[in-house]
Design a binder for this molecule. Sequence first.
Ligand SMILES: Cc1cc2nc3c(=O)[nH]c(=O)nc-3n(C[C@H](O)[C@H](O)[C@H](O)COP(=O)(O)OP(=O)(O)OC[C@H]3O[C@@H](n4cnc5c(N)ncnc54)[C@H](O)[C@@H]3O)c2cc1C
Length: 579
Amino acid sequence: MSTHRYDIIIVGAGGAGLFAALAASQDPNVSVAVVSKLYPTRSHTGAAQGGIGAALGNLEEDSWEWHMFDTVKGADYLADQDAVEILCREAVDIVYELEHMGLPFSRTEDGKIAQRPFGGHTKNFGEGPVKRSCYAADRTGHMILQTLYQQCIKNNVVFYDEYHVLDLIIEKEQCVGVVAAEIETSELATFHAKAVLLATGGNGRMFSITSNAHALTGDGMSMALRNGIPLQDMEFFQFHPTGIYKMGILLSEAARGEGGILRNNLGERFMERYTPTLKDLAPRDMVSRFIHKEVTEGRGIDGKDYVHLELMHLGKKVIDEKLPDITEFVRVYMGIDPLKDPIPVQPTAHYAMGGVPTNVNSEVVVDEHNKVMPGLYAAGETACVSVHGANRLGTNSLVDILVFGRRAGRSMIEYAKNHSHVPISSDPQEKIKEEMNLWRKGSSKGSLKVGALREELQKKMMRKASVFRVENQLQEMEAEIEVLKEKYKDCYIDDTSKNFNTDLFEAMELGNLLDLSQALVTAAIARKESRGAHSREDYPDRDDKNWLKHSLAYQKNGKIELKTKPVIITKFQPKERKY
Ligand SMILES: Cc1cc2nc3c(=O)[nH]c(=O)nc-3n(C[C@H](O)[C@H](O)[C@H](O)COP(=O)(O)OP(=O)(O)OC[C@H]3O[C@@H](n4cnc5c(N)ncnc54)[C@H](O)[C@@H]3O)c2cc1C
């Protein structure tokens, strides 16, 4: 049995995991290793296009208070404002830190970091769009990931690449490590640690139309849920308005930030009707709903469920310099030249606002009184510190993963210095070994392929729990998930080998998606109001009296039980959300 021992284990090598590793590696007396199922620079952070929001004020006046106001309002007032304040203040410092590490930002003519407008980001508390998104063309995430990875290598951080983490090790209500399988050999390894960080990213793969990479199956969230840790605000899942029609591949909001326009089949710029101040740059939940409305009222292009994104008027120079990657996607995947023709787009499942609850030091909290679980930390899309509340603004995830990734690294150093390793009392690999053997042996027994069941889940979630929701459909979906979970027990995989058995890992990932879909749907049934990305046709209004609170979903005997906890409000009282 192979056992590795470090002070700090970081699960995930996206922006959150790498910044945490970098921060933790500043103390030479603390040992740090990163365990990742993907080679680090293949993490989804590398797909982030549009930019990172920070009130640098390089092109026009800006302030962190305006950024905070926009984030709280964009969140439909469900964000915890103490955390949002930290996010917006530390954003500025984070961007300069990246610049000093050598990140090649796009520049203004006088050599400062360039900034562009983005949905929901405004000046002077809502007056009109502001240039706040710092970018490196439309490859911002790619540049962040490369820069952080290089810095980690420079600081001798140890990497276990292509190790799939499958369970947490919990001893006496504290986290003391993880169990992982090496993807190449299926061999199990125990990682014994004083502190563990979950930085495993999102779970968009529960929907059929999504911008999320194949690996985004919510593994960290699901491991937490199975170990008795609640998940917070899971009902809030963001649909980005502009995914390539039928494929879901993202066309960044930067396209509208640079002046792109949405039009319906009458050629009308319909967003002017709904949000006259911000127009096409309203927050994502709103734009997605209005696209849906145009389509259901018969104004989709050719009567179908998509609208057009026009970039033709931006001209070749802007497109080539500022949006080179996404326009290339359009040429490659759709055979359309964005300089000549409009692009068919529809909302695509994009971002989990919910996740593993943490405090502002990235420590995982396990109940409505914010009791900390010693040794366990979470940051990035997998966590819910709650800075995005019911709806995240564009550019704020990159800030979140870096600000709270760095905080996690610093908190873990302190914890590791003041604690010793807690011994592991029984064989932590046993349960996982059994599960993996069952999959490999079961191949002759089952009747359903894993891929077929996954597709069924994704299509049903898309139909019944996406942009708009209604009680009876959510209830149907809840019952169907129970059936799908039964069917899952009867699934089989073709590959019985031990080498690069991706069938096996995908089978276990599907188990995660089923658990997380159940948490999402049960929490969505309970929340009888519309707020941010959670839009109930049967309860169209926001209900602050009864629902200005976070949900906490616990898994008990295969079902989801819900609790709630209060929202932290400091500077901005809830108001109507008009743009
Ligand atoms: C197409 C696209 C464009 C985007 N554009 C922007 C943007 O412009 N601005 C913005 O602010 N946000 C953007 N976002 C959102 C943002 O990029 C993500 O929310 C963010 O990068 C998530 O970072 P992360 O570090 O939490 O996770 P990720 O970058 O997703 O990394 C997850 C890591 O966890 C590892 N992992 C997962 N499961 C396991 C396991 N079981 N065992 C071991 N390792 C595991 C993976 O290997 C990976 O290294 C975009 C998202 C997408 C999909």
